[in-house]
Design a protein around this ligand. Structure first.
Ligand code: TXA
Ligand code: MG
Length: 334
């Protein structure tokens, strides 16, 4: 992929945020920071702007987008209102987790272009907490459709430079709001008779289940992969570096060639020596830190022309559920 040599991200300031608002109002694409990952934003109410997102990402048009809003009041622009009473109760039990890394799938308003929802009867909405994204949403007054700002199937971006690297020639502007603090895409839940977890994230399934007073298992897919059907974008291979990704196995030898290592906590000096490069994501094995730095480490090692990347794994519970979900997809070569 060619990247325009002149494309740079722009530090988020009052002026650059104003410029971003103008691009968005004119139907253009802007790379935007959020607390989870960087997004590729367009005016969700402008069908032709939304189509540009799919073209820029190389994203299949049957994969719906998340709509970002400044606050709950703005939901009426895109959600069918009022919610039915069962859904309203579920919603109220989790609404205080906003603003934050949580996306909620609700019945859509007729006003929303079909392109956003891929023709589905529902819309995924999120109120992000990143101050730059909050300012952009408030000043533009627009609901912003924004998938992760990566080419389809590649690793999500957690810095403005990642966006420039992958999509620099396809956006009008990239607003730099610093490295993402969460680093993993938002948790997605669908509300209804039986709420379902469509994508694990930093707001954990355990937290949601507690709010609804239901067992965690009842939120999960029967085969642990319902996402394949329920969220059309969640095909198994996703978030993939080009370099083969393998899970660390203490009883196996290190693969041949130049091998990179993603470690969740410091390795012993002897073990470190067996790898061409080691990235330690947390000094203490803190999984929130691991989540924050995981995608950046994958991208960095992927750019080094290694023969393989070996990564630590963790228990699939709490935020570890999201980490293992992303790692399994990244390792999949289907
Ligand atoms: O953290 C995030 O959610 C980031 C930032 C930018 O907000 N966005 C993000 O978007 O990860 P994207 O497009 O990469 O992933 C959105 C996922 C897709 O798997 C899509 O299929 C699912 O959300 N989705 C969107 N609308 C849906 C709907 N109406 N029903 C079910 N799944 C939906
Ligand atoms: Mg994505």
């Amino acid at each position: 992929m060619t990247v325009s040599p002149n494309m740079r991200s722009v530090a988020a300031t009052d002026r650059s945020i104003e410029a971003a608002c103008e691009y968005l109002a004119a139907g253009e694409l802007v790379g935007v920071p959020t607390e989870t990952v960087y997004g590729l934003a367009a005016n969700a109410l402008d069908e032709s702007a939304v189509r540009k997102i799919f073209a820029a990402k190389g994203r299949p048009d049957n994969n719906p987008l998340i709509v970002h809003l400044p606050d709950v009041a703005a939901m009426r622009q895109v959600v069918r209102w009022p919610l039915d009473p069962v859904v309203m109760d579920q919603f109220e039990a989790i609404a205080d987790l906003w603003p934050g890394p949580l996306t909620i799938v609700l019945p859509r308003s007729e006003r929303l272009p079909d392109a956003v929802t891929a023709g589905q009867a529902t819309v995924a909405v999120r109120i992000p907490s990143h101050p730059v994204m909050q300012q952009l949403l408030r000043r533009s007054g627009l609901p912003l459709a924004a998938p992760s700002a990566n080419r389809s199937k590649y690793v999500s971006p957690t810095t403005a430079q990642h966006v420039v690297d992958g999509l620099g020639d396809r956006v009008s502007m990239v607003l730099d709001g610093g490295a993402c603090t969460i680093g993993l895409e938002s948790t997605i839940v669908a509300l209804g008779e039986q709420p379902r977890l469509l994508r694990p994230g930093a707001i954990t399934a355990e937290t949601l289940a507690t709010r609804w007073n239901i067992p965690v298992e009842s939120l999960l897919p029967v085969d642990q992969r319902p996402v394949v059907l329920e969220a059309p974008g969640m095909m198994l291979q996703h978030y993939s570096p080009r370099t083969p990704l393998l899970f660390a196995d203490p009883s196996a030898s290190v693969p041949a060639g130049r091998v990179g290592r993603i470690a969740f906590e410091p390795l012993s000096p002897e073990e470190s020596k067996t790898f061409a490069v080691v990235r330690v994501l947390s000094d203490t094995g803190d999984l929130n830190r691991v989540g924050q730095h995981l995608f950046a480490a994958m991208r960095e090692l992927d750019a080094m022309g290694l023969d393989a990347i070996v990564t630590d794994t963790c228990a699939a519970e709490g935020v570890g559920r999201a980490i293992m979900d992303r790692l399994k997809r990244a390792a999949c070569r289907e």
